[in-house]
Design a protein around this ligand. Structure first.
Ligand SMILES: *Cc1c(COP(=O)(O)O)cnc(C)c1O
Length: 353
């Protein structure tokens, strides 16, 4: 509230003002990146990333089928084609071993998603990308602070994108950021974010840009959120560990992954309801709703979405489909207390017996 008031008092409430640069510096540094370009949303950060890399009509970008719709949309906005790959059971992320068979002469990039806060196995992915000369974009909208081999996600490839929507690890109401270690890409992204206004000649445009700017008001909230991000991540992890310890002996439930090389931030605390559980996933969700516990089912895979299914006729991604059918996100927010988690588990246990 103090920073927002400072912002209002300064009169700089639009997309110029000191909080934007402060937020970009703080957040990019947090990600181990040299540059940050704040945007109006995670979706616009993703579109800006693809556009900044010069990807467009005729190009292909490999993405996981199991993801939130914005990953695919960001590719489609540029005219490029999202090519789908199945997930792996181990981490629920893109199956790196299945990428190579999808590479064609038109493949320009891989956009990986650190699903529900668990990082992708980036080592093998980066090796593969190097072998095939592919650019790597991280959709890290769900994974602020997640680590692959003790390195934070976001700047592991060419460009990383984050969302600051209200339910993400930190929020600015709406907002996003692109982070990178590449100065030229950061410069190009800043140019395109701001209608590609030429810096020397006013109202002169060499590219088709966008208005994907964030406001100083939102950035003021972002700067304040950065003072709390470590505590937020710690809370998510502590809550996940509590859920894990209470749920580990319940028959028919698969707990969320955390690979040896990974630090997950558990954006969502997510479990799979297996066929050995006493009721199906949807029935359990209804049961929990009656007990006052709100839950969310997992994403529907991109190849099953009404808007995209026509493009992927006959394609099968069995792991993505299974995750989509079996997965449920339990209450996961920062403000969740120990008693609330115990109550959620109590309800699940009573459903299982
Ligand atoms: C939330 C999310 C986005 C989009 O972010 P917005 O800020 O809502 O536009 C993109 N990708 C993934 C994986 C997300 O979870």
């Amino acid at each position: 509230m103090q920073y927002v008031t400072d912002c209002l008092n300064s009169g700089w409430i639009s997309s110029k003002g000191e909080f934007i640069q402060r937020f970009e510096e703080k957040f990019s540094r947090y990600c181990g990146a040299r540059y940050g370009v704040a945007t109006s949303s995670g979706t616009t950060a993703l579109h800006l990333a693809v556009a900044t890399l010069g990807i467009g009509l005729g190009d292909e970008v490999i993405i996981p089928s199991f993801t939130m719709i914005a990953t695919a949309n960001a590719v489609v906005y540029t005219g490029a084609k999202p090519v789908l790959v199945d997930s792996e059971k181990r981490t629920w992320n893109i199956n790196v071993d299945k990428i190579e068979e999808k590479i064609t002469k038109n493949t320009k990039a891989v956009m990986v998603v650190h699903t529900y806060g668990h990082p992708v196995n980036m080592g093998p992915l980066l090796d593969l990308a190097e072998d095939h000369n592919l650019l790597v974009i991280e959709d890290a909208a769900e994974a602020h602070g997640a680590e692959y081999n003790a390195k934070r996600v976001g700047a592991l490839g060419e460009l990383g994108c984050f969302s600051f929507y209200a339910n993400k690890i930190i929020t600015t109401g709406e907002g996003g950021m692109l982070v990178t270690n590449n100065e030229d890409l950061a410069d190009k992204a800043k140019l395109l974010r701001d209608q590609a206004f030429d810096r020397e000649k006013r109202f002169w445009h060499r590219y088709i840009g966008f208005n994907y700017r964030i406001t100083n008001l939102q950035a003021a909230i972002g700067v304040a959120q950065m003072e709390k991000i470590d505590a937020f991540v710690e809370t998510r992890r502590r809550n996940a560990h509590l859920y894990n310890s209470l749920l580990k002996d319940v028959n028919g439930i698969t707990l969320p992954p955390e690979a040896k090389w990974a630090k997950s931030v558990y954006w969502m605390y997510s479990i799979l309801i297996e066929s050995s559980f006493s009721m199906g996933r949807d029935k359990l969700m209804e049961y929990l709703a009656r007990k006052g516990v709100e839950t969310r089912n997992f994403f529907y895979p991109i190849h099953k979405q009404p808007v995209y299914s026509g493009r992927y006729k006959g394609e099968k991604y069995p792991v993505a489909e299974q995750l989509s059918c079996k997965g449920v996100n339990l209450p996961s927010g920062n403000t969740l207390g120990k008693g609330q988690i115990e109550y959620v588990v109590e309800c699940i246990v009573s459903a299982s017996t």
